[in-house]
Design a protein around this ligand. Structure first.
Ligand SMILES: Cc1cc2nc3c(=O)[nH]c(=O)nc-3n(C[C@H](O)[C@H](O)[C@H](O)COP(=O)(O)OP(=O)(O)OC[C@H]3O[C@@H](n4cnc5c(N)ncnc54)[C@H](O)[C@@H]3O)c2cc1C
Length: 560
């Protein structure tokens, strides 16, 4: 077996979107890493297609928004969600959304969410990661096993073509290796929650003329409701000729042969027509979150850490938030300015967000399946029409929570984080549909346009950012000096705009490299060194209550 003499600072297992984003972000910070992926990177069946607004804010930081906007998904393709008995049958309700390129960003963000399916988004992330000088990507390479000691990780890798094995030594290992994570399994970290919500079957089919078969026009998602309730969906996955059909299924396993799938597709469309099935994927919808996200020098992120129903489009987006939280902490420790507690704060901050998003995704599924049986739904009678009207009205109202998710994507906050210094202010409600911008410690520092047309978000990323509102630069000297003494990178920006000062609410706000607020106050604290030590994970925060949980102990099992 080959043993390389080099020590990799970070070994990333898995080249799905989360692993690729981690490699790219570490490279963007100048940190060396090796990413291995067992496949050749081709995608059998694209899963994610919603790139959430927070993920787009990270893409902005990484300079790849243009690549996402230039991806082949047509930007004028209407994004309506439509509820119907079949494509040629009755329309029960509809939530209208314009094409992605026709919707301006909301006032709370410089970006908008994007529709960019995995077979388009993964290559963008791969190109971003590969363009970093310190990143090495190796496909057709599999993690076989790993062990760790106090100061390093020893991993055995295998070439998927030749079977040749080699030993790699790394400072840290991150498992972005998906739902069946070997890294998680090796660490013995249990998953909590519900292992089976539904046994679902997806089929991608090609039909360039599908739109000409019905009168419902362009829409992103079609949800089919029959007399028995909600039973299937069809999603426009490339806005052209390819569609993803899903038989939602239930908690009992059921396998479908090709003829059965074809019959089901024809039922959903409502007529006999020609199409080609490109791939079929039976899969299990789960509701699981890992008990913790760290074991010594090993971490897990993305689907390795939380597996959720796709209803809401939170899966990958949650994973990308994970790695943005982890990446700067790994960089800080490898560069020598991160304290002992910094890496522990990753699990402390992100595991509760996994629970939050997994729970919301299951709630969305529950709402989608909430239609009770209506034997007269298809009847061409006044009673049938009344039933359709009632079902459509109620379903349209119920489903809004899944479509309007600004709060879910931007409102997550690191309550009780050991590296955020609370200021005693009350948290705004955490609601999926509405987002309340706030610079309260632990929250995403809010967006506002600066006079020079940059976003406040453009000030955050590589190190800490100290913002000063209507104050003289000299007042910041003790904090900047404390940071310098600890080698913590901090840049200071004076902001003159009164509206932004009002939004941030304090004269000084210290923002972490991931864009979350670490501390704010009207005066630089007397013991500025203590503040710097808290936010770099080297000292406990005196303001955090002793009873603050390290990991949220909620029951996540929102059963169907
Ligand atoms: C139908 C559907 C629609 C979805 N839509 C959305 C959406 O719109 N938005 C959204 O955010 N999420 C969505 N999701 C969820 C999203 O697809 C996942 O959350 C996301 O792909 C997880 O990314 P990941 O990188 O963590 O894991 P994965 O994408 O599973 O990647 C893990 C990688 O690790 C590799 N690997 C595993 N073991 C090893 C090993 N031992 N050695 C080397 N490599 C290894 C695998 O080959 C794989 O490439 C959807 C999911 C489904 C099923």
């Amino acid at each position: 077996m080959q043993v390389t003499g080099k020590i990799e600072p970070v070994l990333i297992i898995g080249g799905g979107p989360v692993g690729l984003a981690l490699a790219g972000d570490l490279g963007w910070r100048g940190i060396s890493c090796l990413l291995i992926e067992q496949s050749d990177g081709s995608i059998y069946q694209p899963r994610m297609d919603l790139v959430g607004i927070r993920t787009m804010e990270f893409c902005r930081r990484w300079g790849i928004v243009g690549d996402v906007e230039a991806s082949p998904y047509p930007r004028d393709y209407a994004q309506d969600n439509v509820y119907l008995t079949s494509m040629t049958g009755y329309e029960l309700g509809r939530e209208r959304f314009p094409g992605i390129g026709q919707a301006p960003p909301p006032k709370e963000s410089p970006q908008r969410r994007e529709r960019c399916p995995q077979n388009m988004f993964d290559p963008i992330l791969r190109k971003f990661a590969a363009s970093q000088k310190t990143v090495a990507l190796r496909h057709r390479t599999r993690l076989v096993s790993f062990t760790q000691s106090a100061d390093q990780v020893m991993a055995t890798l295998e070439n998927a073509d030749t079977g040749a094995r080699e030993e790699i030594v790394a400072r840290y290992i991150v498992g972005c290796d998906g739902a069946r994570s070997l890294v998680r399994e090796t660490l013995g970290i249990p998953m909590q929650g519900n292992p089976v919500l539904t046994f679902t079957t997806n089929a991608i089919f090609r039909c360039p003329h599908l739109l000409s078969l019905h009168d419902k026009g362009k829409a992103y998602r079609h949800i089919f409701i029959g007399p028995e309730g909600t039973w299937s969906t069809i999603v426009a996955i490339n806005g052209r000729d390819q569609w993803r059909f899903s038989i939602i299924g239930g908690s009992q396993q059921r396998e479908y042969n090709t003829d059965e799938i074809k019959t089901a597709i024809r039922r959903a469309v409502g007529c006999d027509f020609e199409f080609e099935i490109l791939s079929v994927l039976p899969w299990v919808r789960r509701e699981l979150v890992a008990e913790r996200l760290r074991g010594g020098r090993a971490f897990i992120a993305g689907d390795a850490a939380h597996v959720m129903s796709p209803t809401g489009g939170f899966g990958m987006n949650t994973g990308i938030q994970d790695i943005v939280d982890l990446s700067w902490k790994l960089a800080a420790v490898l560069e020598g300015w991160g304290g002992d507690g910094l890496l522990d704060s990753y699990s402390n901050e992100r595991q509760p967000i996994g629970i939050r998003n997994v729970t919301e995704a299951s709630g969305n599924l529950r709402r989608m399946l909430s239609v009770t049986p209506h034997p007269d739904l298809l009847d061409d009678t006044p009673q049938g029409a009344a039933t359709r009207q009632q079902v459509g009205r109620e379903f349209t109202e119920t489903m809004r929570r899944e479509w309007f998710t600004l709060g879910a994507h931007l409102g997550y906050r690191y309550e009780h984080s050991p590296i955020c210094w609370p200021d005693g202010s009350k948290a705004p409600p955490d609601q999926p549909s509405s987002y309340v911008p706030t610079a309260r410690p632990g929250h995403r520092a809010p967006h506002a346009w600066l006079a020079d047309e940059r976003s406040t978000l453009d000030l955050f990323g590589r190190g800490f950012a100290l913002l000063g509102f209507g104050t003289d630069v000299a007042a910041t000297a003790p904090l900047l000096e404390a940071a310098r003494r600890r080698n913590v990178p901090v840049t200071f920006t004076a902001i003159a705009e009164p509206a932004i000062a009002a939004l941030y609410e304090r004269r000084f706000v210290l923002v972490r490299p991931d864009g979350h607020v670490a501390w704010r106050g009207d005066h630089i604290p007397q013991d500025a060194l203590r503040l710097i030590d808290v936010v770099r994970g080297a000292a406990p925060c005196p303001e955090q209550t002793a009873s603050a949980p390290t990991v949220r102990e909620e029951n996540i099992s929102a059963t169907l």
